[in-house]
Ligand binder design. Structure first.
Ligand code: MRU
Length: 379
């Protein structure tokens, strides 16, 4: 049985509430998540005391977004090691919790490798747990550093593509501090532009069906004092047609070896619109999101989620055990089937540039991405 419990933000000082953190109270180590299912209405922490609780949190999007999933996965393995659970079993469950964001499996594998190396080196249980936690902490810190570097590269690219500033940037889903050890990916670039006085407006797609744009990106934009406007996903076309978008900035869940980009469903239509309207379509992601083992877009497994997320209007929440629906307000006739892919895939020819912590890839080609991965391995 998954062991997780909620902890209310007693004094409502959420500025100090990071998306994820490791704690070691006397009762034993725990992983504390800011429960993203309940934002922006409530800032509540979810405390996981075992890997299966974390698997639930991942599936129900309490913790989400590619880089954060990698960090969470690594800490989940560390949690299993620290609490004396079967680490191999926990790692398998965590890596398989959601299929599309490659960072999840990468983070899990990294912590698992640290655990295995410690055991193979003759370490006792405590030493193996320490080594696993150190690997998770290192990944967490590296992600924060990568985020800062992506922001710098991304801002420089914006300045190059759009000299003069006053950028009006459209973004989709949520890619800020809620998905990262730092300030995020695409959102971090927009934030850097805001701080440099170069962001005129952040257009925020609401991002149906789970509203990561409305609930989370608008929340982060407001907290950072950015000029932002929320729109329904279907309003993007008329916004482009009115000449109100200078650039699209999005994150990625997996980038295939050929440069195909899987990201939140609705990203691909934005890429098509951007191409038609001659607007740069920029993907911002850490190198760990590039998966050389996935040759092309067709090979990316796209997560299919429950139909009730479409047939009901609801924020994601833990479904009532045994119930078909998610407890939201029905907006379709009972029994309606829904098509609900969580992601879509944008082909490389529609991507103007991929911004990583190691630099910018443009044009997006398999060779350029392979060179980037090689470079990053040598660092
Ligand atoms: O289903 P989610 O909310 O986990 O989807 C997240 C996204 O699609 C993000 O855009 C992506 O992970 C990039 S986050 C930097």
């Amino acid at each position: 049985m998954a062991d997780q419990y909620a902890r209310a933000d007693e004094d409502n000082q959420s500025a100090e509430m990071p998306a994820i953190r490791w704690e070691e109270p006397p009762e034993g180590p725990v992983l504390v998540l800011l429960d993203q299912r309940r934002l922006p209405a409530e800032e509540v922490e979810l405390v996981c005391t075992d890997a299966s609780a974390l698997v639930d949190a991942i599936r129900t999007l309490a913790v989400r977004g590619a880089p954060l999933l990698g960090i969470a996965g690594a800490y989940g393995v560390a949690l299993a090691a620290a609490r004396g659970f079967d680490v191999e079993e926990a790692a398998a469950a965590l890596a398989g919790a959601r299929p599309t964001a490659v960072n999840l499996a990468v983070g899990v594998r990294r912590a698992q490798a640290a655990y295995r190396a410690a055991v193979a080196g003759g370490g006792d249980r405590g030493q193996a747990a320490e080594a696993t936690l150190a690997a998770a902490r290192a990944l967490h810190q590296e992600d924060a550093a990568a985020s800062a570097r992506m922001a710098r590269h991304g801002l420089a690219l914006l300045e190059e593509l759009l000299p003069g500033g006053g950028h009006r940037v459209l973004t989709h889903c949520n890619t800020g501090a809620l998905v990262s050890g730092g300030e995020g990916t695409a959102f971090a670039v927009a934030l850097a532009a805001h701080r440099a006085g170069r962001l005129r407006r952040l257009w925020v797609d609401e991002t149906r069906p789970l509203l990561q744009g409305a609930r989370l990106t608008a929340y982060e934009a407001a907290r950072n004092g950015m000029a932002y406007t929320l729109l329904t996903d279907n309003a993007a076309g008329s916004l482009f047609a009115a000449g109100e978008v200078d650039a699209v900035l999005i994150g990625a869940d997996r980038i295939a070896a050929d440069g195909s980009v899987a990201n939140k469903v609705g990203s691909y239509p934005l890429a098509v619109l951007a191409r038609y309207h001659h607007v740069p379509f920029i993907v911002v992601a850490p190198v760990t999101t590039v998966d050389p083992g996935t040759p092309d877009g067709a090979s990316i497994e796209v997560e299919q989620r429950a139909g009730h997320e479409v047939t009901e209007v609801t924020a994601p929440r833990v479904p009532v055990a045994g119930a078909e629906a998610g407890g939201g307000i029905p907006v379709a006739p009972l029994g309606t089937q829904a098509y609900n892919p969580a992601f879509d895939v944008t082909p490389p020819e529609l991507v103007t540039a991929i911004v990583t912590e190691e630099g910018v890839v443009s044009p997006v080609t398999a060779d350029a991405l392979a060179a980037l991965c090689d470079r990053s391995r040598q660092v």
